[in-house]
Design a protein around this ligand. Sequence first.
Ligand code: UDP
Length: 316
Amino acid sequence: MRILITGAAGFLGSHLCDRFLQEGHEVIGMDNLITGTTDNIAHLAGHPRFSFIHHDVTNYIYVAGALDAILHFASPASPIDYLELPIQTLKVGALGTHKALGLARAKGARFLLASTSEVYGDPQIHPQPEGYYGHVNPVGPRGVYDEAKRFAEAMAMAYHTYHRVETRIVRIFNTYGPRMRLRDGRVVPNFIAQAIKEQPLTLYGDGLQTRSFQYVSDLVEGVYRLLHSDEVEPVNIGNPGEFTIKEFADLVNKLTGNQAGTITKDLRTKDDPQVRQPDIRKAQRVLGWQPQISLHEGLMLTIPWFREELRRRGEL
Ligand code: UDP
């Protein structure tokens, strides 16, 4: 296959490039590098089946030659990014998805949308199955991301029903691993960096809010299977192991040997979901997929990468 991956220089996009290249496909990576970095794909420079186009997908996308699939992963993806880049976040989810779908239609390519557990908002149903319509505040700080992704899902469905484009929608729950941005503000890089520096971990609020963390290789496998499946309706991909943020902090401190404990900060933003856990029965049924890597194992694969990254930046 010849595949276009938008957001290719991001955390998830770069891991997807690696996987599709490993499977023998040709990959064209596209990114405008506002939150992604070429460091994530530097190891692919000179690869005979990889090329990179520096482009903002909210503008008309031109790709020469045939395309079999488009994976639309371009978007800011961290709550602090939504505050700093609210318009870009809305544009890439809305206009960028429209452009990428238009390209899929023109090329007869299959289209896979990276959607998100944020479509469920601060959920009132727990865990969240795909049939839950969500509880989203459109005008809150997360609204720019949540509503853009909800619009993107609607747009993908419209292209499917009206233009007969083969579309797939993955709803991605919190994912972590090597190549996450050190300063993207999310809990995994924050806690790991703080722990390595032997600082107290910053709990926003009481730390009793929950998240369910999946290791990046499980996400990549789920996306790979979904692309090759016949499932048009959205599919949750996430690890159902649910932890309070306090429990997560204690685990990071234990695995890094950090003695500095935790401190409470009043930094919880409005609409920060109180709970989040994927119902993955659909992925198990239609994709035969379930996560393989426990939080403990995944952190043991991630912590050394962050240690190296901190050294590389001269922070250790
Ligand atoms: N959080 C925290 N300390 C930090 C960063 C985040 O307690 O240093 C909390 C945050 O308030 C949220 C949870 O951790 O409840 C997960 O936040 P993240 O930014 O990783 O992503 P989200 O799942 O909210 O999109």
